[in-house]
Design a protein around this ligand. Structure first.
Ligand code: UDP
Length: 380
């Protein structure tokens, strides 16, 4: 049984669900919590997944505690009815940790996809760093994207045999999607794709950036729009009203800024593929963009995804307004700086993470044999 509730989880479990559906030895049951609503449904649609259960927990103004409480309460009867051999959760959201706990309470083995990421700061990203550490404590099988994620888990005394390095399923999802070259539903984006104009793609939503830091992001974007009139800034705005209220007022009336609704995943990956530079605080986008040779400036002070930083395609720049402006300007005006950062690489996976995940789950449930660990840097 796979349980998920937000857009990033849906993208990253979709390849696993597809591989479970194709398995001869495992049956797949899918449960969505609805922590996100439209952004989640969009992803299910693209991957042609119809959830078996929808816990429908979404409520405007939910707190982290109400989300966790509702998942615990509503998932328990589903676990009782289905008696799954294992429960698969992904990543570090409130949905995933609450679902892991609900399964643990019934002594159902928990499989953690994207295990072992650590920023080292319990308050950043918040609440994700704590969520993934809690899930690691109760998971039975840890599917780690990279060998450094495995090392993090081993440092926390997870038995090495309970860990399999799979690569990150986000690369499976990206490869399944980007090749399709989805047409944009927004004409402005279709025109942009045809124009060949330079594009600065921006996404922002991190909870620890809410408030002053996010206002600063809005001001930085407004300054960049004026300083780079030949560049099109595209911001698919997160649904969260707190994010919108902080950023959007700064962008009103700027003719080279396009604000869109959250884009369906297929369109987003296409936009990524035509972008020149990516400015983001997203986890998933940090993993996807290096595969498409896009320099990424990350508006955070730390990252649980150091691999691409080490390789030089991702740079941590924090949320200081001045620094965001200067670092972005540099990439648009200094060709050497740009070339240094724009090298195609996939430190996060080779597109076969779902296959390795399902083999490991089959072994856990006594119906198959796991594959060897993926060695970071292996190419499919
Ligand atoms: N994404 C999308 N449409 C958008 C913006 C992002 O499909 O308009 C995808 C993106 O490709 C990535 C994921 O959503 O796979 C990242 O989600 P988000 O930034 O919300 O969460 P995080 O990865 O930071 O947890």
């Amino acid at each position: 049984m796979t349980v998920y509730g937000t857009r990033p989880e849906a993208i990253k479990v979709a390849p696993v669900i597809k591989a479970l559906e194709a398995s001869d030895v495992l049956d797949s049951v899918t449960v969505v919590t609805g922590q996100h609503r439209e952004m989640l449904d969009q992803v299910n649609e693209i991957f042609d997944i119809t959830p078996d259960y929808d816990l429908d927990i979404f409520q405007h103004g939910s707190t982290l505690s109400t989300i966790v409480a509702r998942v615990l309460e509503r998932l328990d009867p589903v676990l009782e009815a289905e008696q799954p051999a294992a429960v698969v959760v992904q990543g570090d959201t409130s949905t995933s940790t609450a679902a892991a706990l609900a399964a643990f309470h019934r002594q159902i083995p928990v499989v953690h996809v994207e295990a072992g990421l650590r920023s080292g700061n319990i308050l950043s990203p918040f609440p994700e760093e704590a969520n993934r550490k809690i899930t690691s404590q109760i998971a039975r099988l840890h599917l780690a994207p990279t060998s450094s994620n495995r090392a993090n888990l081993e440092r926390e005394t997870v038995p090495p045999h309970d860990i399999v390095v799979t690569g990150n399923t986000v690369i499976d999802a990206l490869l399944m999607t980007v090749a399709k070259q989805k047409p944009f539903s927004d004409d402005a984006l279709e025109e942009l794709a045809e124009s060949g104009e330079d594009v600065l793609l921006v996404t922002t939503h991190r909870r620890e950036n809410w408030g002053g830091a996010m206002e600063g992001v809005g001001r930085a974007l407004s300054r960049l729009a004026r300083a780079l009139p030949h560049v099109r800034i595209v911001l698919p705005a997160h649904r969260n009203p707190i994010v919108r209220e902080a950023v959007l007022p700064h962008l009103a009336g700027l003719s080279n800024v396009t604000v869109t609704e959250p884009l369906p995943y297929g369109e987003f990956t296409r936009l990524l593929s035509i972008s020149t530079v990516v400015l983001t605080d997203s986890g998933g986008v940090q993993e996807e963009a290096p595969g498409l040779a896009k320099p990424v400036l990350v508006m955070r002070d730390n990252t649980e995804r150091p691999e691409a930083v080490g390789a030089g395609t991702v740079k941590l720049i924090g949320t200081d307004e001045e620094r965001i402006v200067n670092e972005t300007l540099e990439l648009f005006t200094d060709q050497t700086a740009y070339d240094t950062m724009s090298r195609a690489m996939n430190p996060y996976g080779d597109g076969r993470a779902a296959e390795r995940s399902v083999a490991a789950i089959a072994q856990l449930t006594g119906t198959g044999t796991r594959h060897a660990d993926w060695a970071t840097g292996d190419v499919a």
